[in-house]
Design a protein around this ligand. Structure first.
Ligand code: CLF
Ligand code: SF4
Length: 499
């Protein structure tokens, strides 16, 4: 018996996005799109969930200033629109940014996208941002350009954005209601003065909506990011999703608020909590009725380099790139070959999935309960990471309709080698807490001690599918669970919790 790896027919939304809640683990979510749009997103790690296993992005931190204040941001830290809190290691001039982009592209041929995402707002720094884009569009024509903004200055910049062939723009829209806006944005800087409270929030919202309309009219793909702030905008984000979809946004990315007192942000200091993983998932599922959702965002740093979820910035500091001798013409050829190889691999994967589709599969009618499984992977869409080396786990839901990607859970690395055994204990219990709700963890390898503790916590470790494609392995394990009767009982972690 085989389970179907493709979810039930995904309805196609009028905005060109998948309106199913299962915009999941395969690139089938893109299959209904016109060729021109598919071409724009198929290798963009943020716009395609499948692509993020294979293709990398980098950010250049050229934009220090911001024109608004968000309660989740402290200017000493990265922009929370597009990054996790943490200082930007090096602020770059446009020329340095171009040098770094070439160095990264030559050394990480999987890199397809260059984004400017802070540490302030890129469009509040138009000279530096557009100087960088101008040089890159001339000197690195094989790299997609991407920008993320709070939207205040967006309408004034749309013409300039379209001139530089920037066809991916992210706008952070946390609300369409000025009263809610005033709880998130204490002030904006507008026409050379600060405007506070509801009045400022109203202007920001109008500018964001106007910018969104102007971009979609020009055929520029827009992703909307929203920070989910429990008790402030969580109930309201479904309405935001509906409105931005109606205006043509391609993708909605609802991200959890990160608020820690040590970051010195207003929310952090005031004890505003972020959402739990299940709250985030529930909201994403509700919004998914209205539009295509992004669930694989890693809230990257404004100077992130590498695959989503990894940070190779340390390899490309200014002193290191100064010593690299980059022949970009040669690098472009290598990149083209690598991209062609990935495209071939993905096509094979798709063909294999198509062969596995068995619409009259009897198990599909069984409506077995869904199971969450965590996966340790360092990319390529396969289970290739040791449990103890993982700094994050990808979480998938297996059900009678197939496999869908749910999100990721960050953890402290359990095993870093050396004399760190004393620290292992707390890292392991942290990992177990982070995996709450998962019934299985799939990894390339796992030691005896974590195996035991995971089992005690009701999470079944599984190292039998090393180097196998994630979807295939999850389906196989799910099928085994069905056949063994494991799904007839309540999830192990629940029975353990109640024991
Ligand atoms: Fe960067 Fe953003 Fe472009 Fe991606 S990130 S500017 S769209 S290239 Fe991506 Fe990072 Fe999430 Fe942003 S995972 S924070 S959504
Ligand atoms: Fe911070 Fe970004 Fe908000 Fe500006 S837009 S205050 S940089 S989070």
């Amino acid at each position: 018996m085989e389970l179907n790896v493709v979810s039930e027919e995904a309805p196609v939304s009028s905005a060109g996005g998948c309106a199913s809640s299962s915009c999941g683990s395969t690139d089938d979510q893109l299959s209904h799109l016109p060729d021109a749009i598919r071409e724009k997103v198929h290798n963009h790690p943020c716009y395609s969930e499948e692509a993020h296993h294979y293709f990398a992005r980098m950010h250049v931190a050229v934009a220090p200033a911001c024109n608004i204040q968000c309660h989740y941001c402290n200017r000493k830290y990265d922009c929370s629109n597009e990054s996790r809190p943490g200082v930007v290691s090096e602020l770059l001039t446009p020329e340095e940014a171009v040098m770094k982009t070439k160095a990264v592209a030559a050394n990480i041929p999987q890199m397809t996208v260059l984004g400017i995402a802070g540490p302030g707002d890129p469009l509040a720094n138009p000279e530096r941002t557009f100087a960088t884009f101008r040089m890159l569009s001339e000197q690195t024509p094989d790299i997609k350009l991407c920008v993320s903004t709070n939207g205040l200055a967006l309408p004034d910049c749309v013409e300039e954005l379209s001139k530089h062939n920037i066809d991916h723009v992210t706008i952070t829209i946390n609300t369409v209601d000025p009263d809610i806006g005033a709880q998130i944005y204490p002030w904006i800087y507008w026409n050379n003065r600060r405007i506070y409270g509801v009045k400022g929030a109203k202007i920001l919202i109008e500018q964001q909506q106007k910018g969104l309309e102007m971009l979609t009219e020009r055929g520029i793909l827009v992703k909307v990011n929203s920070v989910m702030i429990p008790g402030v905008n969580d109930q309201h984000l479904k309405e935001v999703s509906r409105i931005v979809k109606a205006k043509g946004a391609f993708l909605h990315n609802v991200m959890p608020l990160i608020a820690e007192a040590e970051h010195g942000t207003f929310y952090g200091v005031m004890g505003q909590r972020g959402p739990e993983p299940d709250e985030l998932q529930a909201l994403q599922d509700e919004c998914a009725g209205d539009m295509n959702m992004m669930r694989h965002c890693r809230q990257c740093r404004a100077d992130a380099v590498g695959l989503l979820g990894e940070d190779r910035g340390e390899e490309f500091t200014l002193d290191k790139i100064a010593e690299m001798n980059v022949d970009y013409g040669k690098a472009m050829k290598v990149r083209a070959e690598v991209h062609a190889g990935i495209a071939e691999e993905l096509a094979e994967k798709q063909a294999k999935k198509a062969r596995l589709v068995t619409p009259d599969e009897p198990l599909r009618k069984g409506h077995q309960r869904p199971v969450l499984m965590a996966v340790a992977t360092s990319g390529q869409g396969v289970i290739n990471q040791h449990f103890g080396h993982a700094t994050e786990f990808l979480v998938y839901e297996a059900s009678h309709t197939g496999v869908r990607f749910i999100g990721h859970r960050k953890v402290d690395q359990y095993c870093i080698g050396g004399d760190t055994c004393g620290e292992k204990e707390s890292a392991l219990s942290g990992s177990i807490r982070a995996l709450a709700g998962c019934e299985v963890v799939l990894c390339a390898k796992i030691g005896f001690e974590p195996w035991e503790q995971l089992e005690t916590a009701g999470i079944k470790p599984n190292g039998e599918h090393a180097m196998e494609p994630i979807d295939d392995a999850i389906l196989e394990v799910y099928q085994e669970m069905i056949e063994s009767g494991a799904l007839d009982a309540a999830p192990l972690h629940l029975s353990h919790a109640s024991a």
